[in-house]
Design a protein around this ligand. Structure first.
Ligand code: 5RP
Length: 232
């Protein structure tokens, strides 16, 4: 296992301490969330009573294979805690998500959760989101080039490809990665982007993280609105 993978595994396992003794858990998407899903499955095998909601077909397949009981996709759900990764995190707990093209479902599950725990390694930290990562935007395939022209008012939108064809999300839509540079007012940009016809959802997550766990060389740091501490 690489050092980066080791950090992802450690931070994902640290998220177990944020869970209630039982209840419904939201399962994020991505390589860090995969480690969390493995750790949750081990808890369930040891007797814990959890059910889960998956934010992608990939997470669903992993959870099913590991025997995690899943609720259907229709909602509404009473989710206690969702544990998810992120691509970039700033000092105000704003996030960019969607590197795995799952941010629309992730945002819905995030919004249905009492507590949202974000698990990252130190490479994801920035002074301002947008410094390192473009904003993934899920768009309808219909008239996507018109949507692209509208997105270009806010940065440089690039259609995400899968080989020779546009990548399709789990809902059958396209993704434009919008290089916008450092984002000073993420909530304003999010509102502007969501107002464009054809935009389904943006990867800007503003005011959506309750706790951020960050893995680094010196262990796992826990960040919340109340401040920062070493995770147990
Ligand atoms: C998927 C996401 C992921 O949480 C994000 O891309 C981080 O993934 P990883 O843990 O593999 O770095 O937003 O849409």
């Amino acid at each position: 296992m690489t050092q980066l993978d080791e950090h992802k595994r450690k931070v994902a396992e640290a998220a177990l301490a944020e869970l209630p003794a039982e209840g419904i858990i939201g399962l994020g998407t991505g390589s860090t969330a995969r480690f969390f899903i493995e750790a949750l499955a081990a808890r369930i095998r040891a007797g814990a009573k959890y059910q889960a909601v998956a934010t992608s077909e990939a997470s669903r397949a992993q959870a099913e294979a590991l025997g995690i009981p899943l609720l259907d996709d229709d909602g509404p759900w009473e989710i206690e805690v969702t544990v998810d990764g992120a691509d970039e995190v700033d000092g105000e707990m704003n996030l960019i998500k969607g590197g795995g093209a799952a941010h629309t479902r992730e945002k819905i599950v995030n919004g249905a959760s009492r507590k949202n725990v974000i698990v990252v390694d130190e490479s994801k930290l920035s002074a301002r989101i947008g410094e390192k990562w473009p904003v993934p935007i899920e768009v309808l395939p219909f008239a996507h080039k018109t949507t692209q022209a509208n997105l270009a008012r806010y940065g440089t939108p690039t259609l995400r490809m899968h080989g020779d064809v546009p990548l399709r999300t789990d809902s059958g839509n396209f993704i434009y990665d919008l290089a916008a540079g450092p984002i000073h007012e993420p909530s304003v940009l999010e509102m502007d982007l969501r107002a464009l016809p054809g935009v389904v959802e943006t990867g800007l997550f503003v005011d959506r993280a309750d706790i951020i766990l960050v893995a680094g060389l010196h262990g796992v740091r826990r960040i919340s609105e109340a401040g920062s501490s070493q995770a147990k």
